[in-house]
Design a protein around this ligand. Structure first.
Ligand code: NAP
Length: 392
C-alpha cells in the first residue's frame, strides 16, 4: 500500500490546472456537448502522465492521463483534474472507479460538475473510497474552460432537452451551398482533406440529419468512411414529410465493411403519405416514423428534436442538409455549433446562409485551414438565437 503523498505546493496545482484547462479547450469543438477536461497524474510531485478529453464518446481526461503514464501509472499518488470526475455511466464507465482502482490517494479538482444531478457526487464517492479530495475553486473555472457545458447543463436545457446539433455545410467563395453545375459534378465544393475530416465527425455523432431535398438532388450515402471509425456509423435521419425519397436512394443501403459503415436510416414524415410508396421504402430497408404535426415547411422541427432525443437517444447530432433545412434549423434556434467549409470554388447556385449566420451570436470562434479550404467553427449562443425565433 502506498503512503499518502505529500501535499502539493498550491502554486504548482494552480499552474497545472491553468495549463490543463488551456490544453483541454483546444478540443472544445470535438467534445461538445461534453465538457473540455484536462488531467495530470503525478508521482512524488512529478507529472508522469497527462491527458485531455479529445472527442465526444472517447476516453475521459483521467483515463487518458493514466494511459499516458503507462507502466509508471503504478507509482502514481496524485491526480490533478480540471473538473470533478464523473460518477455515472455515459458513453464510458465512471472515472471515479478507474481513479479509485489506480491506487491514487489524493485528487485536486478544479471545478464541481455544474449538472445538478451529478454535482458533488464524484468527490463524495472518491472520499467514501478513502481518497483525499481537494476542490481548488477559481483557477480553471468552467466559464473559461468549457462555457458551452454550462449552457448544456443549465435549467432551461435540462427541462427541455434536445440534442446538441452541429450544422455543417460547405460553401463556395460567394457563400452558396450548391456549386456551379459544371464544377464538382454539381455537388462537390470542399477538398478531399475536408471530406476526410467530415468522415471522422460522422463517426463521432449519434445521428446525421438531412432533408429530402439533398437526398433527391445528390443521392448521398452519408456513411462513415476511413479515417472515420467505420464501426460506429450514426443513424441517418431524413426529414421527408411526404416520402419523396426514391426507394433506390443510396442512403437506404445498410453497409458494414472495413471501408464503409452505414447503419439504420429513418425517414421522418407526416401522416397520409402514399401507401405503395410507404411499402416500397420499407422493402428498400428504410424505417419510417410518422410525426403528428405538419407545418408549412414540412415536419415540425420540435417534434424532430423530441424524436431524436427520446426515441433515438441521440445526444450529438450532425445536420448535413441543403440551404432550406439548414436555415430552418438556424431560425428555430436548434443549432448549437457550426462548422463551415469554404472551398476554392467561385460562384454557385441557391441561397447564401451568410445573413442567417450573421444574425446569430457566435462564441469561441476558430478559423483554420484544411488543405485548400478555409474552415470556420463556433458555438451558437442560445439566448440570442431564441430571440431569433420571434422573426419567423
Ligand atoms: N454544400 C453543402 O454543404 C450541402 C449539403 C447538403 C445539400 N447541399 C445541396 O443542397 C441542395 C438541396 O437543397 P435543399 O435545401 O432542397 O435540401 P434540404 O434542405 O436537404 O431539404 C429540404 C427539404 O426537406 C424537407 N423538410 C421536411 N421538414 C422540413 C422542415 N421543417 N424545414 C425544412 N425542410 C423540411 C422539405 O421537403 P418536403 O416538404 O418534401 O418534406 C424540404 O424541401 C442540393 O443541390 C445539394 O447539393 C449542399
Amino acid at each position: 500500500m502506498k503512503h499518502a503523498p505529500a501535499l502539493l505546493d498550491p502554486l504548482q496545482v494552480a499552474a497545472l490546472l491553468i495549463e490543463l484547462g488551456k490544453e483541454a479547450r483546444l478540443q472544445r469543438f470535438e467534445v461538445a456537448p461534453n465538457p473540455c477536461v484536462g488531467a495530470a497524474l503525478l508521482a512524488g510531485g512529478e507529472v508522469i502522465g497527462r491527458g485531455v478529453h479529445r472527442w465526444f464518446g472517447g476516453p475521459h481526461a483521467e483515463i487518458e492521463a493514466l494511459r499516458a503514464a503507462g507502466a509508471r501509472a503504478a507509482a502514481a499518488d496524485t491526480l490533478v483534474v480540471t473538473l470533478e470526475p464523473c460518477s455515472s455511466h455515459g458513453k464510458t464507465p465512471p472515472c471515479v472507479d478507474a481513479i479509485a482502482a489506480s491506487g491514487i490517494s489524493r485528487v485536486y479538482v478544479g471545478a464541481l460538475d455544474p449538472d445538478p444531478r451529478h454535482r458533488g457526487r464524484g468527490i463524495e464517492l472518491l472520499r467514501e473510497r478513502g481518497l483525499e479530495v481537494e476542490l481548488v475553486d477559481g483557477t480553471a473555472p468552467l466559464d473559461e474552460v468549457a462555457p458551452h457545458f454550462l449552457h448544456w447543463t443549465d435549467n432551461e436545457r435540462l427541462r427541455r432537452p434536445r440534442p446538441w446539433t452541429i450544422a455543417k455545410w460547405a460553401q463556395t467563395r460567394t457563400g452558396q451551398l450548391i456549386p456551379p453545375a459544371d464544377v464538382g459534378e454539381g455537388r462537390w465544393i470542399s477538398s478531399h482533406a475536408s471530406l476526410e475530416e467530415v468522415a471522422v465527425l460522422r463517426s463521432r455523432v449519434d445521428a446525421i440529419v438531412t432533408g429530402v431535398g439533398t437526398v433527391v438532388a445528390d443521392d448521398p450515402r452519408m456513411t462513415v468512411r476511413p479515417p472515420g471509425d467505420v464501426s460506429r456509423p450514426p443513424v441517418r435521419v431524413v426529414l421527408d414529410s411526404r416520402l419523396r425519397t426514391p426507394p433506390t436512394a443510396r442512403i437506404l443501403t445498410q453497409v458494414r465493411t472495413h471501408s464503409e459503415g452505414g447503419g439504420r436510416t429513418v425517414l421522418l414524415c407526416v401522416g397520409g403519405a402514399d401507401a405503395s410508396r410507404h411499402h416500397a421504402l420499407l422493402d428498400a430497408g428504410a424505417e419510417i416514423h410518422e410525426l403528428h404535426v405538419a407545418t408549412d415547411d414540412g415536419v415540425d422541427l420540435r417534434d424532430v428534436q423530441r424524436y431524436l432525443w427520446e426515441d433515438l437517444g441521440a445526444r450529438r447530432v450532425l445536420l448535413e442538409a441543403g440551404p432550406v433545412l439548414t436555415s430552418h434549423y438556424i431560425s428555430h434556434g436548434f443549432v448549437d455549433q457550426v462548422r463551415v467549409y469554404t472551398g476554392s470554388v467561385n460562384g454557385g447556385r441557391g441561397p447564401n446562409l451568410g445573413p442567417e449566420l450573421l444574425r446569430l451570436k457566435l462564441s469561441e470562434r476558430l478559423d483554420r485551414e484544411v488543405g485548400p479550404d478555409a474552415v470556420f467553427e463556433a458555438f451558437v449562443d442560445a439566448q440570442r438565437t431564441s430571440h431569433l425565433r420571434s422573426f419567423h
